[in-house]
Design a protein around this ligand. Structure first.
Ligand code: ADP
Ligand code: ASP
Ligand code: MG
Length: 438
């Protein structure tokens, strides 16, 4: 069997959904399990709706019409998602009455994106004679911890999924990705972009022959094609390189997607719904290729936190104390750079830093720089390839782009550095030109 995951960009409108159904149909002999995201923009829309509900009246109108329009074009009856829309309306009213939005109620509200898209896709596929049935990921066994907004999947999920599929009868299962439940039965989500992870967890549980991630780009490319027009498809990348790229900002894959595939050595492919005959990228355990640059990734909206303390000089355990503070506040550290009396780290800009700064100040002077971006060059055998760092910094310097922090990849496959957010796209283009010639 195979897993086919279709992202929001693949289910943005009725035409796209028709294409998705055709793509599934063309591989029906491979016994596909389909995983689907919310329609593009719907998760953002639901987050806005829930936030607006705290302060003012917010209306479901836009979300409702978006789905109704697609369903009308597909010839489906609006009653299909009546129950979901009614429940969502009650939740939004609840948020507005309480004037409070907790991470738990936000997860509940945004779960409706996938809950509706999966029903619509399954109904349309059935209309084409595919006999598809929709399920929410928690109904097929996805259990997580209670870290709302970024929940971690618990081990028992794998056995649950296997048991579920031992008993399921419908030929095509359409799973609403991204969502799960904790042990108390509350709805959780896996973090933005998390339905890729849903797909690979199912793939590993069922020993899939392959996991396909269908999106709107011709596979994993030498840079984000929205930034670099001349970006090219990379035919093969290793699990390590793909994980690194995803972690360093290449949105085409959720950073956790590769982990379950590694466990079972399952190939992951990224393919283009808009160009379905394109070969895309195949991600494998080992890829036999020359050393050299693979891709340039960037991540915007990051914060640089600089801690300076003379006490750090020749002291034991100082850095450990700093990292303990981040760990206790559950703020993941991305890049790190240290000197004798100084440590700089980057974190995602979405984290609130008030408590963090308060606690770090006990250890030294703290400075925060907002609106930064990290740029990363990912290469095969980077550490043993001479001249990469030199070329990176001289081409940026020639173009007057100021580099604020450097973190050479301990992983031996990346070289990362920080620039002002407004310089990020230019930096990616300059490096792409320097290494790929366009
Ligand atoms: P989906 O809705 O299908 O999950 P995403 O928007 O999450 O799609 O991911 C696809 C996007 O990832 C592409 O449209 C592209 O802009 C972006 N992207 C970033 N880096 C890369 C890269 N190296 N290769 C391909 N796409 C990339
Ligand atoms: N719909 C979710 C999001 O927008 C999950 C996903 O797209 O994978 O983040
Ligand atoms: Mg995505």
């Amino acid at each position: 069997m195979i897993v086919m995951k279709f992202g929001g960009t693949s289910v943005g409108d009725a035409e796209r959904i028709k294409t998705v159904a055709e793509i599934v149909k063309s591989q029906i002999d491979r016994d596909p399990v389909v995983v689907v995201s919310a329609f593009s923009g719907v998760t953002d829309g639901l987050i806005r709706l829930a936030n607006d509900a705290v302060n003012k009246n917010s209306s479901l109108e836009e979300i409702r019409n978006r789905h109704f329009d697609v369903m009308k074009d597909l010839g489906l009856d609006a009653s299909l998602i009546r129950h979901e829309l009614e429940e969502l309306e009650i939740i939004i009213r609840g948020i507005s009455l309480l004037k409070e939005l907790t991470p738990r109620s936000l997860d509940l509200a945004i779960s409706f994106g996938e809950r509706m898209s999966s029903k619509i896709l399954a109904a349309y596929m059935s209309k084409l004679g595919l006999d598809a049935k929709p399920y929410n990921a928690y109904d097929i066994g996805f259990v997580t911890d209670s870290n709302f907004g970024n929940a971690e999947i618990l081990e028992e999920t794998e056995t649950n999924i296997r048991e579920f599929f031992n008993n399921v009868k419908s030929p095509v299962t359409v799973v609403a990705g991204f969502i799960a439940k904790d042990k108390q039965g509350e709805i959780t989500t896996l973090g933005r972009g998390g339905s890729d992870y849903t797909a690979s967890v199912i793939g590993a549980a069922l020993d899939a022959e392959e996991v396909q991630i269908w999106t709107d780009a011709d596979g994993i490319m030498t840079a984000d094609p929205k930034i670099v027009k001349g970006a090219k498809t990379i035919d093969y990348v290793s699990y390590d390189e793909a994980s690194e790229l995803a972690f360093l900002g290449a949105k085409v894959l959720h950073p956790k997607t590769i982990l379950p595939a590694v466990k079972k050595n399952i190939p992951v492919k990224t393919l283009n719904t808009y160009n379905p005959t394109h070969r895309g990228t195949t991600i494998l355990e080992k890829v036999d290729k020359q050393s050299g640059i693979i891709s340039i990734a960037s991540k915007k909206n990051i914060k640089v936190i600089n801690i300076r303390s003379p006490k750090m000089f020749l002291a034991y355990g100082f850095i450990a104390r700093i990292f303990d503070i981040f760990a206790n506040l559950r703020i993941p550290v991305d890049l790190v750079s240290t000197s004798e009396v100084n440590i700089s780290v980057t974190i995602d800009g979405k984290y609130d830093t008030e408590r963090l700064v308060e606690e770090l100040r006990r250890l030294g002077d703290v400075e925060i720089r907002n609106n930064r971006a990290s740029i990363s060059v990912v290469a095969t055998r980077l550490a043993s390839t001479p001249g990469i760092a030199g070329k990176v910094f001289s081409s940026l310097g020639d173009n007057k782009i100021n580099v604020e922090m450097i973190s050479s990849g301990a992983s031996k496959i990346n070289e990362s550095f920080v620039v002002k957010e407004e310089d990020a796209d230019d930096a990616v283009r300059i490096l792409h030109e320097a290494f790929f010639g366009e």
